[in-house]
Design a protein around this ligand. Structure first.
Ligand code: RUB
Length: 307
């Protein structure tokens, strides 16, 4: 495997690259690195190398169907070219162009999603968000670009403090933003107009898998009659859940919570959790704001999954 691919795998594992979209985009970029590397004489060599790289990337974080879906689509494209008996150099060229187009499409989808999401933000609203979701921050930055007046509270997101990244990006964009502790979720909900979070995975039932803390936000939003949205490109759909398999929830190193704990105590560090569809008013997608029940069919259509 190319050195650049190994670095991407390590950076995803260590959260240097975080957030479902960033992970998916960098994983695709790593496939280009793999395809460009080395002296490929036979199409089968190219297919083997790229498939191996895609396998390692897909395993780098378990709860990331967007990465898995886009990697497997790219590998299928490559295998189709091999079946057509294209010469190695041509196959490589077509593959690289195809992956670059996928990355460009991701960017177009993100822009569309941001516009649909910005339309949801009421004038003078207080918006809550959690962790760091590039899709949610884009929505807020787009709303600011549209000169909407609103303020944002984001939670620090222990143990890795991704909320600081969100707060930094929003402050840089000139948005009125407050960073606070995760335990303050209920306190701020009472004055909130809308909650917008990201998504790592959406199941066939329309349930959301996102950063730990998300379901607490959703539950207290419901109690306070506050609208709760998740920004989720359709590629975040987890096809495995169609057959009843649950999306695997990543459990990270306990050291992230407490690196030198006293003996005799257990530490748990779940990275994500599920939020049931009934707590979600809608998913903000590149095709508009949709109810959780519609995610499955629209995503299956987009990903070419036969039901
Ligand atoms: C990040 C997280 C984000 C989603 C969506 O968790 O839960 O809400 O990944 O992000 P982590 P995006 O920091 O553990 O990766 O909107 O950028 O796809």
């Amino acid at each position: 495997m190319e050195k650049g691919v190994r670095k991407t795998v390590a950076d995803i594992k260590s959260l240097k690259i975080q957030g479902a979209r960033n992970i998916a985009r960098e994983a695709l970029a790593a496939l280009i690195v793999e395809a460009k590397g080395g002296h490929v004489v036979k199409p089968s060599c190219l297919v083997n190398n790229v498939s191996k790289a895609a396998g390692s990337l897909a395993k780098s974080r378990p709860t990331e169907p967007m990465m898995r879906n886009l990697l497997s689509e790219s590998v299928s494209f490559l295998k189709m070219g091999q079946a057509k008996k294209l010469p190695a150099a041509e196959l490589r060229g077509h593959f690289i162009t195809h992956v670059k187009e996928s990355i460009a499409r991701m960017e177009e989808d993100a822009l569309k999603l941001a516009k649909y999401g910005a339309a949801l933000i009421p004038e003078d609203a207080l918006v809550l968000t959690h962790c760091h979701s590039s899709s949610s921050t884009r929505i807020l930055i787009e709303a600011k670009r549209q000169r909407k007046k609103f303020s944002v509270v984001c939670f620090e997101t222990r143990p890795r403090f991704q909320g600081r990244t969100t707060a930094t990006e929003l402050a840089k964009a000139g948005i009125d933003v407050t960073l606070t502790v995760d335990g303050a979720m209920n306190l701020f909900m009472k004055k909130t107009d809308i909650v917008i979070v990201g998504a790592d995975s959406v199941t066939s039932r329309g349930d959301l898998i996102n950063k730990i803390g998300t379901s607490t936000l959703a539950h207290i939003a419901k109690l306070n009659d506050v609208s709760f949205y998740s920004a989720a490109e359709l590629a975040k759909y987890s096809p495995e859940t169609m057959h009843g398999t649950r999306e695997k929830i990543e459990e990270r190193d306990p050291d992230e919570v407490w690196d030198r704990p006293p003996r005799g105590l257990k530490i748990r560090n779940p990275a994500f959790e599920a939020t049931a569809a009934k707590y979600i008013n809608g998913y903000v997608t590149e095709e508009g704001v949709i109810p959780p029940e519609s995610f499955f069919s629209l995503a299956s259509k987009k990903l070419g999954i036969r039901i």
